[in-house]
Design a protein. Sequence first.
Length: 318
Amino acid sequence: MSSLSREKRKVIELWRDYFEMYDPDGFQKFYQSKQFRCYFPANIYPPFKIDMHNWFKDKDYYPESHLENPMSDGVWYVKPNVGANGKGIIITDDVRSVDMKNAVYQKSIDNPLLQDGRKHDFRMFIAMTTYQGYLRTYIFFDHFVRLAPLQYDEKDFSSDVQLTNWDSYWINFYDDLELRPKYSDDIMTSGMIPFTQHPHREILEKEFIDMMIDFSEDVYDKLNNQTQRNMIHIFGMDVMPDEDMKLWMLETNDAPHPSVVDDKRTFPPFSDYKYAKTYTESAIDELIIPMRDNKNVKPNKYTMIYEKKLIFNKWVYL
């Protein structure tokens, strides 16, 4: 595994769980297909926190952030450059006392919108493809809202109040994939709600589409005027609304969870229809199989929100 490039290691993480559980003999053929590549090269999107800072720092939907300690007042999230699931993040109103290198110092959103008194964000899934001469972006709108386990208190900087990561709900889940809940049933089962039930869904959905069109334009600029090939990449976008209905980009995830190993710890109603299996299988059926078979895509769960013709000197197959 260590001999593989970063993006190849990541794509194995992204798709491997699905194939191991539902099609054990299918991954090798899927991964080694000459008709498509199931990941984008990491030089055309921001893979790490510092890359995200450099990519988004001038966007009006990205919180103020710095690569060195800003020595400023306010609440700050200090995020290690490499990390996931909230691990290693320092939340503080005394950022001058923090000395973390290779990190991003990101200012807190001052007026987060609350859901049932709890901080919340959205894990949004998008698929980006290069196919038939175009860069296209699709959104999987059947996603969920993640709530922090405990009631919001702006003076309480504990992760269970400030962060929405799934790992906040379980005791060392990734040690052995066993379910050991930290909280009462009421807290556990209210930790996720369908995005379709969010009271401000229509406004925030439009905000997200606008944000992803802007992101797609930047990816397009990186891809255009190069040798092209059929590719697909699934991203998980973490965004948070404030009380003014403004949506803020927190970070991008190039190998996003949940994967199918997480389906068993999703909360109702997601546990009823295997959420991670659905978004993965839908991407395969709607976007990848048509690419493999040189046919038009057939979006259903995924909705196309961006399409732009690529300029290229040749389109190659692996």
